[in-house]
Design a protein around this ligand. Structure first.
Ligand code: 5AD
Length: 362
Protein backbone atom coordinates (compact mmCIF):
# COMPACT_ATOMS: atom_id res chain seq x y z
CA UNK A 1 0.00 0.00 0.00
CA UNK A 2 1.42 3.36 -1.03
CA UNK A 3 1.62 6.53 1.03
CA UNK A 4 -1.25 8.18 -0.83
CA UNK A 5 -3.49 5.17 -0.27
CA UNK A 6 -2.71 5.14 3.47
CA UNK A 7 -3.45 8.85 3.72
CA UNK A 8 -6.71 8.31 1.85
CA UNK A 9 -7.82 5.50 4.18
CA UNK A 10 -7.08 7.68 7.18
CA UNK A 11 -9.55 10.27 5.83
CA UNK A 12 -12.19 7.77 4.69
CA UNK A 13 -15.65 8.49 6.07
CA UNK A 14 -17.80 6.14 3.98
CA UNK A 15 -19.30 3.52 6.31
CA UNK A 16 -19.36 0.77 3.73
CA UNK A 17 -15.73 1.30 2.77
CA UNK A 18 -14.72 1.29 6.44
CA UNK A 19 -16.65 -1.89 7.15
CA UNK A 20 -14.66 -3.47 4.33
CA UNK A 21 -11.40 -2.23 5.89
CA UNK A 22 -12.32 -3.75 9.28
CA UNK A 23 -13.28 -7.00 7.56
CA UNK A 24 -10.02 -7.26 5.62
CA UNK A 25 -7.89 -6.48 8.68
CA UNK A 26 -9.86 -8.98 10.76
CA UNK A 27 -9.36 -11.68 8.13
CA UNK A 28 -5.59 -11.02 7.97
CA UNK A 29 -5.48 -11.17 11.78
CA UNK A 30 -7.32 -14.50 11.83
CA UNK A 31 -5.12 -16.00 9.11
CA UNK A 32 -1.76 -14.90 10.57
CA UNK A 33 -2.09 -14.76 14.36
CA UNK A 34 -5.32 -16.70 14.92
CA UNK A 35 -8.36 -16.23 17.13
CA UNK A 36 -6.59 -16.35 20.50
CA UNK A 37 -6.37 -13.07 22.38
CA UNK A 38 -3.16 -12.87 24.39
CA UNK A 39 -3.36 -11.32 27.87
CA UNK A 40 -0.36 -9.33 29.12
CA UNK A 41 -0.39 -8.31 32.77
CA UNK A 42 0.66 -4.67 33.01
CA UNK A 43 2.52 -3.66 36.17
CA UNK A 44 3.80 -0.13 36.76
CA UNK A 45 6.63 -0.34 39.32
CA UNK A 46 7.50 3.38 39.34
CA UNK A 47 5.84 6.63 38.28
CA UNK A 48 8.98 8.76 38.69
CA UNK A 49 10.05 10.38 35.44
CA UNK A 50 12.90 12.68 34.47
CA UNK A 51 11.32 13.73 31.17
CA UNK A 52 9.13 16.72 30.35
CA UNK A 53 6.82 15.28 27.72
CA UNK A 54 4.12 17.84 27.00
CA UNK A 55 1.37 15.19 26.84
CA UNK A 56 2.07 12.89 29.79
CA UNK A 57 0.78 13.26 33.34
CA UNK A 58 3.97 11.68 34.74
CA UNK A 59 6.16 14.52 33.42
CA UNK A 60 8.84 15.64 35.91
CA UNK A 61 7.35 19.09 36.36
CA UNK A 62 4.04 17.70 37.59
CA UNK A 63 4.82 18.18 41.27
CA UNK A 64 1.28 17.59 42.54
CA UNK A 65 1.47 13.93 41.57
CA UNK A 66 2.54 11.70 44.49
CA UNK A 67 5.45 9.52 43.34
CA UNK A 68 6.11 5.90 44.22
CA UNK A 69 8.47 3.01 43.59
CA UNK A 70 7.35 -0.55 44.30
CA UNK A 71 9.62 -3.07 46.01
CA UNK A 72 10.83 -6.19 44.22
CA UNK A 73 8.59 -8.28 46.44
CA UNK A 74 5.55 -6.19 45.50
CA UNK A 75 6.30 -6.66 41.79
CA UNK A 76 6.89 -10.39 42.33
CA UNK A 77 3.47 -10.68 43.97
CA UNK A 78 1.96 -9.06 40.85
CA UNK A 79 3.83 -11.55 38.67
CA UNK A 80 2.35 -14.44 40.64
CA UNK A 81 -1.08 -12.90 40.27
CA UNK A 82 -0.53 -12.45 36.52
CA UNK A 83 0.09 -16.18 36.24
CA UNK A 84 -3.02 -17.00 38.27
CA UNK A 85 -5.12 -14.72 36.08
CA UNK A 86 -4.00 -16.43 32.88
CA UNK A 87 -1.45 -13.91 31.58
CA UNK A 88 1.57 -15.40 29.78
CA UNK A 89 3.52 -12.16 29.97
CA UNK A 90 4.24 -9.47 32.49
CA UNK A 91 4.85 -5.96 31.15
CA UNK A 92 6.90 -3.74 33.46
CA UNK A 93 6.21 -0.14 32.56
CA UNK A 94 7.62 2.90 34.36
CA UNK A 95 8.38 6.54 33.81
CA UNK A 96 11.94 7.18 32.68
CA UNK A 97 13.27 6.78 36.20
CA UNK A 98 17.01 7.04 36.92
CA UNK A 99 16.16 5.79 40.42
CA UNK A 100 15.60 2.38 38.85
CA UNK A 101 19.15 1.12 38.98
CA UNK A 102 20.27 -1.28 36.25
CA UNK A 103 21.33 -4.01 38.70
CA UNK A 104 18.11 -3.74 40.70
CA UNK A 105 16.05 -4.22 37.52
CA UNK A 106 18.29 -7.11 36.36
CA UNK A 107 17.77 -8.82 39.70
CA UNK A 108 14.00 -8.29 39.49
CA UNK A 109 13.89 -9.74 35.96
CA UNK A 110 15.91 -12.74 37.11
CA UNK A 111 13.61 -13.34 40.05
CA UNK A 112 10.50 -13.21 37.84
CA UNK A 113 12.10 -15.65 35.39
CA UNK A 114 13.16 -17.97 38.23
CA UNK A 115 9.82 -17.97 40.01
CA UNK A 116 7.34 -17.96 37.09
CA UNK A 117 7.04 -19.03 33.43
CA UNK A 118 6.15 -15.52 32.33
CA UNK A 119 7.69 -13.74 29.39
CA UNK A 120 9.03 -10.37 30.58
CA UNK A 121 8.37 -7.22 28.58
CA UNK A 122 10.06 -3.97 29.59
CA UNK A 123 8.80 -0.47 28.87
CA UNK A 124 11.16 1.77 30.83
CA UNK A 125 11.77 4.62 28.40
CA UNK A 126 15.02 5.67 26.73
CA UNK A 127 17.76 3.80 28.57
CA UNK A 128 21.49 3.26 27.91
CA UNK A 129 22.70 0.51 25.59
CA UNK A 130 24.58 -1.25 28.40
CA UNK A 131 21.45 -1.25 30.57
CA UNK A 132 19.38 -2.73 27.76
CA UNK A 133 22.07 -5.40 27.24
CA UNK A 134 22.23 -6.20 30.96
CA UNK A 135 18.45 -6.66 31.18
CA UNK A 136 18.41 -8.84 28.10
CA UNK A 137 21.10 -11.04 29.68
CA UNK A 138 19.04 -11.16 32.87
CA UNK A 139 16.23 -12.74 30.83
CA UNK A 140 14.02 -9.90 29.55
CA UNK A 141 12.27 -11.01 26.37
CA UNK A 142 10.70 -7.90 24.91
CA UNK A 143 10.89 -4.09 24.98
CA UNK A 144 8.30 -1.46 24.11
CA UNK A 145 9.27 2.06 23.09
CA UNK A 146 6.84 4.10 21.05
CA UNK A 147 8.39 6.64 18.68
CA UNK A 148 5.11 8.61 19.20
CA UNK A 149 5.42 10.49 15.89
CA UNK A 150 7.72 10.14 12.87
CA UNK A 151 7.45 13.90 12.31
CA UNK A 152 10.68 14.98 14.00
CA UNK A 153 9.57 18.56 14.43
CA UNK A 154 6.28 17.56 16.09
CA UNK A 155 8.06 14.96 18.23
CA UNK A 156 10.54 17.54 19.52
CA UNK A 157 7.76 19.98 20.33
CA UNK A 158 5.99 17.48 22.59
CA UNK A 159 8.98 15.42 23.74
CA UNK A 160 11.92 17.68 24.66
CA UNK A 161 15.32 15.97 24.64
CA UNK A 162 17.37 15.81 27.81
CA UNK A 163 19.95 18.64 27.90
CA UNK A 164 22.81 17.82 25.56
CA UNK A 165 21.39 14.52 24.30
CA UNK A 166 19.25 14.25 21.23
CA UNK A 167 16.45 11.78 21.83
CA UNK A 168 16.72 9.08 19.13
CA UNK A 169 14.13 6.38 19.67
CA UNK A 170 14.65 4.82 16.23
CA UNK A 171 18.31 4.17 17.11
CA UNK A 172 17.24 2.59 20.40
CA UNK A 173 14.71 0.38 18.60
CA UNK A 174 17.45 -0.84 16.25
CA UNK A 175 19.69 -1.54 19.25
CA UNK A 176 16.94 -3.50 20.98
CA UNK A 177 16.54 -5.68 17.92
CA UNK A 178 20.28 -6.26 17.68
CA UNK A 179 20.23 -7.39 21.33
CA UNK A 180 17.60 -10.00 20.44
CA UNK A 181 14.60 -8.40 22.10
CA UNK A 182 11.16 -8.75 20.60
CA UNK A 183 10.71 -5.09 19.79
CA UNK A 184 7.58 -2.99 19.93
CA UNK A 185 6.76 0.57 19.05
CA UNK A 186 3.83 2.76 18.15
CA UNK A 187 2.34 6.21 18.07
CA UNK A 188 -0.33 8.40 19.54
CA UNK A 189 -3.21 9.31 17.26
CA UNK A 190 -4.61 12.83 17.12
CA UNK A 191 -1.75 14.76 18.68
CA UNK A 192 -2.47 18.50 18.19
CA UNK A 193 -0.51 19.48 15.09
CA UNK A 194 -0.44 15.94 13.63
CA UNK A 195 -1.55 15.75 9.98
CA UNK A 196 -2.93 12.81 8.00
CA UNK A 197 0.29 12.85 6.06
CA UNK A 198 2.29 12.54 9.31
CA UNK A 199 0.17 9.60 10.42
CA UNK A 200 0.54 7.84 7.05
CA UNK A 201 4.34 8.26 7.44
CA UNK A 202 4.07 6.81 10.95
CA UNK A 203 2.41 3.69 9.57
CA UNK A 204 5.08 3.38 6.89
CA UNK A 205 7.79 3.64 9.54
CA UNK A 206 6.07 0.97 11.65
CA UNK A 207 6.30 -1.32 8.64
CA UNK A 208 9.88 -0.38 7.81
CA UNK A 209 11.03 -1.17 11.36
CA UNK A 210 9.68 -4.73 10.95
CA UNK A 211 8.30 -4.64 14.50
CA UNK A 212 7.19 -7.59 16.59
CA UNK A 213 4.61 -5.53 18.50
CA UNK A 214 2.71 -2.39 17.52
CA UNK A 215 0.72 -0.37 20.05
CA UNK A 216 -1.28 2.65 18.98
CA UNK A 217 -3.83 4.67 20.89
CA UNK A 218 -5.66 7.97 20.81
CA UNK A 219 -4.01 11.00 22.41
CA UNK A 220 -6.04 11.84 25.53
CA UNK A 221 -5.52 15.39 26.89
CA UNK A 222 -4.33 15.60 30.50
CA UNK A 223 -5.29 18.93 32.14
CA UNK A 224 -2.04 19.08 34.16
CA UNK A 225 0.16 19.12 31.07
CA UNK A 226 1.15 21.87 28.61
CA UNK A 227 -0.44 20.05 25.67
CA UNK A 228 -3.60 19.44 27.69
CA UNK A 229 -3.74 23.18 28.45
CA UNK A 230 -3.46 24.01 24.76
CA UNK A 231 0.25 24.96 24.83
CA UNK A 232 3.29 23.35 23.10
CA UNK A 233 1.57 22.38 19.85
CA UNK A 234 -1.61 23.81 18.34
CA UNK A 235 -4.17 21.83 16.38
CA UNK A 236 -3.90 22.33 12.62
CA UNK A 237 -6.47 24.62 11.08
CA UNK A 238 -5.92 23.54 7.44
CA UNK A 239 -8.37 20.62 7.55
CA UNK A 240 -5.54 18.11 7.95
CA UNK A 241 -5.62 17.73 11.76
CA UNK A 242 -5.95 14.05 12.76
CA UNK A 243 -8.81 13.59 15.26
CA UNK A 244 -8.04 11.71 18.49
CA UNK A 245 -11.08 9.50 18.19
CA UNK A 246 -12.07 5.84 18.14
CA UNK A 247 -12.61 5.52 14.41
CA UNK A 248 -9.22 6.99 13.46
CA UNK A 249 -7.53 4.70 16.00
CA UNK A 250 -9.30 1.73 14.42
CA UNK A 251 -8.09 2.77 10.99
CA UNK A 252 -4.48 2.79 12.21
CA UNK A 253 -4.90 -0.60 13.91
CA UNK A 254 -6.40 -2.05 10.71
CA UNK A 255 -3.73 -0.58 8.42
CA UNK A 256 -0.95 -1.75 10.78
CA UNK A 257 -2.42 -5.25 10.65
CA UNK A 258 -2.62 -5.24 6.84
CA UNK A 259 0.97 -4.02 6.52
CA UNK A 260 2.44 -6.12 9.35
CA UNK A 261 0.40 -9.36 9.38
CA UNK A 262 2.60 -11.28 11.85
CA UNK A 263 2.85 -8.57 14.50
CA UNK A 264 1.19 -8.65 17.91
CA UNK A 265 -1.14 -5.66 18.18
CA UNK A 266 -3.02 -4.75 21.37
CA UNK A 267 -6.41 -3.16 21.69
CA UNK A 268 -4.82 -0.50 23.91
CA UNK A 269 -5.95 0.85 27.26
CA UNK A 270 -6.37 4.32 25.72
CA UNK A 271 -8.86 2.89 23.22
CA UNK A 272 -10.60 1.04 26.07
CA UNK A 273 -10.71 4.35 27.95
CA UNK A 274 -12.28 6.37 25.10
CA UNK A 275 -15.06 3.80 24.84
CA UNK A 276 -15.46 1.93 28.12
CA UNK A 277 -18.26 -0.35 26.98
CA UNK A 278 -16.90 -1.46 23.64
CA UNK A 279 -13.39 -0.07 23.03
CA UNK A 280 -11.53 -3.35 23.38
CA UNK A 281 -13.98 -5.14 21.09
CA UNK A 282 -13.65 -2.40 18.46
CA UNK A 283 -9.87 -2.93 18.49
CA UNK A 284 -10.11 -6.72 18.44
CA UNK A 285 -12.50 -6.61 15.47
CA UNK A 286 -10.16 -4.67 13.19
CA UNK A 287 -6.82 -6.39 13.62
CA UNK A 288 -5.83 -6.43 17.30
CA UNK A 289 -5.01 -9.71 19.10
CA UNK A 290 -3.71 -8.62 22.52
CA UNK A 291 -5.13 -6.96 25.67
CA UNK A 292 -3.00 -5.66 28.52
CA UNK A 293 -5.03 -5.64 31.75
CA UNK A 294 -3.59 -3.29 34.37
CA UNK A 295 -2.49 -5.34 37.40
CA UNK A 296 -0.80 -2.52 39.29
CA UNK A 297 -2.16 -2.68 42.84
CA UNK A 298 -3.89 0.15 44.68
CA UNK A 299 -2.89 2.73 45.78
CA UNK A 300 -0.19 2.90 43.07
CA UNK A 301 -2.56 2.37 40.15
CA UNK A 302 -4.30 5.72 40.66
CA UNK A 303 -0.92 7.49 40.72
CA UNK A 304 0.10 6.15 37.30
CA UNK A 305 -2.06 8.69 35.58
CA UNK A 306 -0.47 9.29 32.19
CA UNK A 307 -3.88 10.52 31.02
CA UNK A 308 -7.17 11.02 32.90
CA UNK A 309 -9.69 8.21 33.19
CA UNK A 310 -7.03 5.51 32.77
CA UNK A 311 -7.97 3.89 36.05
CA UNK A 312 -11.31 3.27 37.60
CA UNK A 313 -10.78 3.73 41.31
CA UNK A 314 -13.09 0.93 42.38
CA UNK A 315 -12.05 -2.01 40.26
CA UNK A 316 -9.35 -4.43 41.23
CA UNK A 317 -7.08 -6.44 38.92
CA UNK A 318 -8.96 -9.67 39.45
CA UNK A 319 -12.37 -8.20 38.62
CA UNK A 320 -10.90 -6.33 35.67
CA UNK A 321 -9.36 -9.51 34.24
CA UNK A 322 -12.57 -11.48 34.73
CA UNK A 323 -14.52 -8.83 32.80
CA UNK A 324 -11.97 -8.75 30.00
CA UNK A 325 -12.04 -12.54 29.66
CA UNK A 326 -15.83 -12.58 29.54
CA UNK A 327 -15.82 -9.90 26.86
CA UNK A 328 -13.31 -11.89 24.76
CA UNK A 329 -15.39 -15.06 25.03
CA UNK A 330 -18.59 -13.14 24.23
CA UNK A 331 -16.98 -12.11 20.94
CA UNK A 332 -16.38 -15.74 20.02
CA UNK A 333 -12.63 -15.38 20.43
CA UNK A 334 -10.47 -17.65 22.58
CA UNK A 335 -8.02 -16.90 25.40
CA UNK A 336 -4.36 -17.24 24.56
CA UNK A 337 -2.28 -19.71 26.50
CA UNK A 338 1.48 -19.61 26.95
CA UNK A 339 3.75 -16.64 26.35
CA UNK A 340 2.23 -15.43 23.10
CA UNK A 341 5.54 -14.75 21.37
CA UNK A 342 5.36 -12.64 18.26
CA UNK A 343 5.12 -14.79 15.11
CA UNK A 344 7.22 -12.11 13.43
CA UNK A 345 10.05 -12.57 15.93
CA UNK A 346 9.80 -16.36 15.63
CA UNK A 347 10.02 -16.08 11.85
CA UNK A 348 13.08 -13.82 12.04
CA UNK A 349 14.83 -16.05 14.53
CA UNK A 350 13.97 -19.43 13.04
CA UNK A 351 17.05 -21.30 11.87
CA UNK A 352 17.35 -20.92 8.11
CA UNK A 353 15.60 -23.66 6.14
CA UNK A 354 17.80 -26.52 5.00
CA UNK A 355 18.07 -26.56 1.21
CA UNK A 356 17.71 -29.74 -0.79
CA UNK A 357 21.47 -30.01 -1.20
CA UNK A 358 21.75 -30.15 2.59
CA UNK A 359 23.39 -26.73 2.82
CA UNK A 360 21.72 -23.97 4.76
CA UNK A 361 20.31 -21.16 2.68
CA UNK A 362 20.75 -17.57 3.74
N1 5AD B 1 -2.73 10.22 25.89
C1 5AD B 1 -2.56 9.04 25.27
N2 5AD B 1 -1.46 8.30 25.37
C2 5AD B 1 -0.46 8.77 26.15
N3 5AD B 1 0.74 8.28 26.43
C3 5AD B 1 1.37 9.13 27.27
N4 5AD B 1 0.58 10.18 27.54
C4 5AD B 1 -0.57 9.99 26.84
C5 5AD B 1 -1.77 10.73 26.69
N5 5AD B 1 -1.95 11.91 27.30
C6 5AD B 1 1.25 7.05 25.82
C7 5AD B 1 2.56 7.33 25.08
C8 5AD B 1 3.55 6.44 25.79
C9 5AD B 1 2.65 5.37 26.37
C10 5AD B 1 3.24 4.61 27.49
O1 5AD B 1 1.52 6.09 26.79
O2 5AD B 1 2.43 6.94 23.73
O3 5AD B 1 4.53 5.88 24.93
Amino acid sequence: MRHSELARWLQETDETALRELWRRADAVRAAHVGDAVQLRGLVEPSNHCRRMCAYCGLRAENRDLPRYRMSQDEVLACAQQATQLGCGTIVLQTGEDPGIKPRWMAELIQRIKDETNLAVTLSLGEREDDELALWREAGADRYLLRFESSNRELFERIHPSLPGRRSDRIAILRKLRELGYETGSGVMIGIPGQSYDDLAMDIELLRELDLDMIGVGPYIPHPDTPLGRGESSAPRTDGNQVPNDVVTTRKVVALARLLCPLTNIPATTALGTLDREGGYELGLRCGANVIMPDLTPAPYRQMYEIYPGKTLIFDDPQARCATIKRRIRDMGRTLGTGRGDSPNWLRRNASPPVARSGRKTA
